[in-house]
Design a protein around this ligand. Structure first.
Ligand SMILES: [Zn+2]
Length: 505
């Protein structure tokens, strides 16, 4: 037969100093006296008036799968506090699946137990159940009263407040309340992101780094209406609280607006972007992700940790080498820009000529229509012939006007993006180096995609047209190279991010 121990304390009992250890120990002693070896210990520290608590459920599962289990339990009221637990355990005893040995009451309950023992067990259960119900009712009554008086009833007091031990009123935490207010004021300027507000809170000592999911703590705090005095309870409703607010409603509202605006502007932004975020893969196929160590150093690795971590500055050195290969020599750059300008001028001239031609044809038809009307008025053609001719001219006119509108709306090819790119490629490393982290990330992703990082060595995969540019440097003829790049650039217009080169050159 397997033997187990089941121990439980409620939250309240725990506060009063009842411990699980003591229960387990007295059960263990009883088992030792019986000469029984304990296979498993189930324990839990919570109120058992809720059905389906985890420790009890696990024990029931264990009994069910190991036929014939001895359960050591300190007291009957430890075992169950509601009817459904009681029914379950009774059934398992009657089916011979387990035997309960109550240590304190010194009686055993098994399938052949006398009716007196079953009654004892049952009565204890009823009393325990009644106790739990009363307790919960009293607690609820007390909560309602407290809420009606304007006090927060459950959960922790928000940061910046504390509970006055005697009156149980909620008062300002003298040290933290001013910092909370300051944080709201910073947030209301709209100049700080949540991450920045979070580091301010850390710096000021308002929160500690041990708090998991710190940003959500700050987020929840800045959205909590409790700070301007509003009391909210899921079960009891909402009302103005009796506590002294830390911020005004006006300030609180301002913060909500500003946070919503920032949120809208940055829904796509990740919480942490490093220079090489989203730019590389490991051999194993996993993305290489960056992480911050000691708040300052950025390291990269794949999720499978195939190789050692790679430091960011080592990667930057390699990436700079890769983009240095994209440098376009000055003279080539000039040829390219002139070519592009010539092409644009050419287009404009051709377009102008075509539009003029269409205009001429339109005015010809207008003349014809005027003549037709004259003839009709002078009675030289009959009604039917007039209608036929008129609708034909009208149709032609319509077609020409659509053509004219199309021509006018057709913009000359815009090579300014191509020009910008050539400017960028005069000194790509210098441009890159002058950027901040976000800009560098954009730059990396513009130039490369899915580059491979293997054991700290970067093998760049250039995106179009950079692949052609890198390739073209080895081309024998400059014009051949230019031709390759240019055809690509024409379809690429308007897509290069501005890295600050547009204004300078
Ligand atoms: Zn890997």
């Amino acid at each position: 037969m397997n033997a187990i121990i089941y121990a439980r304390v409620s939250t309240k009992e725990q506060k009063k100093g009842y411990s699980l250890e003591a229960q387990v120990e007295s059960c263990q002693n009883a088992a030792d006296r019986d000469g029984v070896k304990i296979d498993k210990i189930f324990q839990e520290a919570e109120s058992a008036s809720k059905v389906g608590r985890s420790g009890f459920a696990e024990m029931a599962k264990y009994i069910d799968s190991n036929n014939g289990v001895i359960v050591y339990c300190e007291k009957v009221d430890r075992l169950h506090r509601n009817y459904s637990d009681m029914a379950l355990i009774s059934m398992m005893i009657q089916e011979g699946k387990c035997e309960i040995r109550f240590v304190r009451e010194a009686f055993r309950l098994h399938e052949d137990s006398p009716p007196g023992d079953w009654m004892n067990f049952g009565m204890n259960g009823v009393i325990a159940d009644n106790y739990a119900r009363n307790l919960s009712r009293e607690v609820k009554k007390g909560q309602r009263k407290r809420f009606e008086n304007g006090w927060k009833v459950c959960g922790r007091v928000p940061l910046g407040f504390e509970i006055e031990p005697k009156t149980r009123h909620i008062i300002h935490d003298e040290e933290k309340a001013p910092l909370v207010k300051k944080l709201f004021e910073f947030a209301a300027t709209g100049n700080f992101s949540l991450v920045e507000l979070q580091s301010l809170a850390l710096e000021w000592g308002l929160v500690h780094n041990t708090a998991k999911r710190l940003s959500s703590t700050i987020h929840r705090m800045l959205h909590n209406p409790f700070y301007y005095g509003w009391l909210k309870s899921e079960t009891l409703g909402e009302k103005m609280g009796a506590h002294e607010p830390i911020v005004s409603k006006k300030l609180w509202d301002e913060v909500q607006t500003k946070l919503a605006q920032r949120n809208k502007a940055s829904t796509k932004r990740r919480t942490h972007t490093f220079i090489f975020t989203g730019a590389m893969r490991c051999e194993c196929g996993e993305a290489i992700v960056g992480m911050l160590a000691k708040k300052r150093y950025v390291y990269y690795n794949c999720r499978n940790r195939c190789y050692k971590f790679t430091r960011e500055w080592d990667l930057e050195d390699q990436f700079e080498e890769a983009i240095a290969k994209l440098t376009v020599p000055r003279e080539l750059f000039e040829i390219a820009v002139n070519e592009l300008k010539g092409e644009r001028a050419n287009f404009s001239k051709t377009q102008k000529d075509t539009i003029a031609d269409v205009k001429r044809r339109i005015s010809k038809i207008e003349t014809k229509i005027a003549k037709l009307v004259d003839e009709k008025l002078e009675g030289r053609i009959d009604e039917k012939a007039y209608e036929v001719a008129f609708s034909r001219f009208e149709g032609e006119m319509e077609t020409l006007k659509i053509h004219e509108a199309d021509l006018k709306s057709e913009a000359p090819p815009d090579f300014s993006e191509a020009e910008n790119l050539f400017k960028l490629l005069e000194e790509p490393v210098a441009v890159y180096q002058a950027l901040n982290t976000g800009g560098k990330n954009e730059f990396v992703k513009m130039v490369c995609s899915n580059s491979i990082l293997k054991n700290g060595t970067l093998t760049p995969t250039y995106r179009k047209p950079f692949d052609r540019i890198a390739e073209g440097r080895d081309c024998q003829t400059m014009l051949g190279w230019l031709d390759k790049v240019r055809t690509y650039l024409i379809s690429f217009e308007g897509r290069f991010p501005d890295f600050g080169v547009r204004q300078t050159a």
